[in-house]
Design a protein around this ligand. Structure first.
Ligand code: KIV
Ligand code: ZN
Length: 516
């Protein structure tokens, strides 16, 4: 076999992933995820959409300053302001990429952009040239390429490459494509565009039909050499292609794909956990590669086979993707310096001594209840400590709950609202229900509960439970999360976090709204 080609892994967890309803990330969280992706040796990290809001801009700036090895990318519609904001957000990056895009499908050009195809080509060329005036590394995307006309794609891509784009991205924006068709599309573009050899062809597939990974792999088999993907497949609507599946798919079937990525796969599971903790989106147990059951064999026949010869039923090694890597990192005797240094390795730094002290006090509380503390515990702990985009309107002061067989569960809480403490008592079908009903007596939010989920952060019955609560009010969806060894307390923290998120006034412009 000839020397393998390089497949560029472009992670968009912090941009497209953040477009999942409720998946907002704070600046500190983005820096942490950025550091984890860098450690995993992701080639390009799309850190956000700079023109979306001042908060998004600041997050990209912070990621660009913190990440040194990977390229940091900022998204921009094909308009002056977006490109200028993207360039400014990347000022501190060691390696910077501007990713500019415009829609190319008839339906988007006619109804969204209200532009003629000639104008779209002109705008694309203008945008690429403008982006090139700031950085060498410019990517151009044909939004809704999955439904665009082949002749038009060839025309606009040739023009974009001539204008200086070094990566051409073919998104299946609405997740409409079928693998054979999408692979053929990439092959045809590469064959028909005269200057195609001057750019890397990339794909960005959405999962509306559950085919994002299959479509991406079909594209790779037909010559695409960059895949845009997200950790855990997070992303707009049904999500994007999952990074872990793309990387392990090409690696496990290297007999079919003569391709290599730069990824250190042992970081996959820890990074998946981090993204899940930060966003509050749990990973389903049967999720490929990173789900809790991905390497668990329930059937006796399978267990027997694996014990006799692992490869009878396993095509990958759990340890190659980072399972079992969660080692006990700290305990109740660990000091503040060790605590700070471990968190720095996880990409968390504290702006003030007071913030460090507060987190350390919470760590000591946790270590009293749970004698082995893992990285996952530390991540959950700091998620609650670092500055959030949500104001602290509500705070949990104390909670006690009671449940006994045959009796109505009761919870008594002290909740502070705008600094005033309220003592409340709730009854419910269980202690969690009772606690959340009691909080509502103070909050009177009128929000509807869309999701409640509990996950064990580590193994063992002394694990912290991590709770996610999703609330909807007036069309706005927010997530709240909380962790504690007591799941009633974790649930109350998550509910209060979600209520505070509802009070935040962060308004973010969506990149795919008409900006031209
Ligand atoms: O899905 C899409 O088309 C996108 C582009 C902005 C690349 O996310
Ligand atoms: Zn997308």
């Amino acid at each position: 076999m000839s020397t393998p080609d390089r497949l560029v892994i472009f992670d968009t967890t912090m941009r497209d992933g953040e477009q999942s309803p409720g998946a907002s990330m704070t600046r500190e969280e983005k820096v942490r995820i950025g550091k984890a992706l860098e450690k995993m040796r992701v080639d390009v990290i799309e850190a956000g959409f700079a023109a979306a809001s001042p908060g998004d801009f600041a997050s990209i700036e912070a990621v660009a300053a913190a990440v040194r090895e990977s390229t940091v990318c900022s998204l921009a519609r094909a308009v002056d302001n977006d490109i200028e904001r993207a360039a400014a957000s990347l000022a501190k990056a060691e390696r910077a990429r501007i990713h500019t895009f415009i829609a190319t499908s008839p339906i988007h050009m006619q109804y969204k952009l209200r532009m003629q195809p000639d104008q779209v080509v002109e705008q694309a060329v203008y945008a690429v040239k403008k982006a090139r005036s700031f950085v060498e590394d410019v990517e151009f995307s044909c939004e809704d390429a999955g439904r665009s006309d082949m002749d038009f794609l060839c025309r606009i891509i040739e023009a974009a490459i001539n204008a200086g784009a070094r990566t051409i991205n073919i998104p299946d924006t609405v997740g409409y494509a079928i693998p054979e068709e999408f692979g053929y599309k990439i092959k045809t573009l590469l064959e028909r565009i005269p200057n195609a050899d001057k750019a890397i062809f990339s794909v960005h597939c959405h999962n509306d039909l559950g085919l994002a990974v299959a479509n991406s792999l079909a594209a790779v088999a037909n010559g695409a050499r960059q895949v845009e993907c997200t950790i855990n497949g997070l992303g707009e609507r049904a999500g994007n292609a999952a990074l872990e599946e793309i990387v392990m798919g090409t690696r496990t079937r290297s007999d079919l794909f003569n391709i290599e990525t730069n990824i250190d796969t042992t970081h996959i599971v820890p990074t998946s956990r981090l993204v899940s903790t930060v966003t509050g989106f749990p990973v389903q147990p049967n999720k490929a590669i990173v789900g809790a059951n991905a390497f668990a064999h329930e059937s006796g026949i399978h267990q027997d086979g694996v014990l006799k010869h692992r490869e009878t039923y396993e095509i990958m090694k759990a340890e190659d993707v980072g399972w079992g890597a969660n080692k006990m990192v700290m305990g109740k005797h660990s000091g503040r310096a060790a605590f700070r240094s471990r968190l720095e390795e996880l990409g968390v730094s504290f702006e003030t001594d007071a913030a460090l002290n507060e987190a350390f006090a919470r760590f000591k509380d946790l270590a009293d209840k749970k004698h082995e503390i893992f990285d996952e515990d530390l991540q959950a702990l700091v998620s609650e400590t670092v500055a959030d985009i949500a104001p602290d309107v509500f705070k949990l002061v104390s909670l006690s709950s009671q449940s006994a067989t045959g009796e109505t569960p009761v919870a008594e809480l002290v909740v502070s609202k705008d600094g005033t403490e309220h003592k409340v008592r709730g009854e419910g079908s269980g202690p969690v229900d009772a606690a959340l009903k009691a909080i509502e007596q103070v909050a009177e939010s009128g929000a509807s509960l869309q999701l409640y989920s509990v996950n064990a952060i580590t193994q063992g019955t002394d694990s912290q439970g991590e709770v996610t609560v999703r609330l909807e009010k007036g069309g706005r969806i927010v997530n709240g999360n909380g962790a504690d060894t007591d799941i009633v307390v974790a649930s109350a923290k998550a509910y209060i976090h979600a209520l505070n998120m509802l009070h935040s006034n962060v308004v973010r412009q969506h990149p795919q709204n008409d900006g031209v």
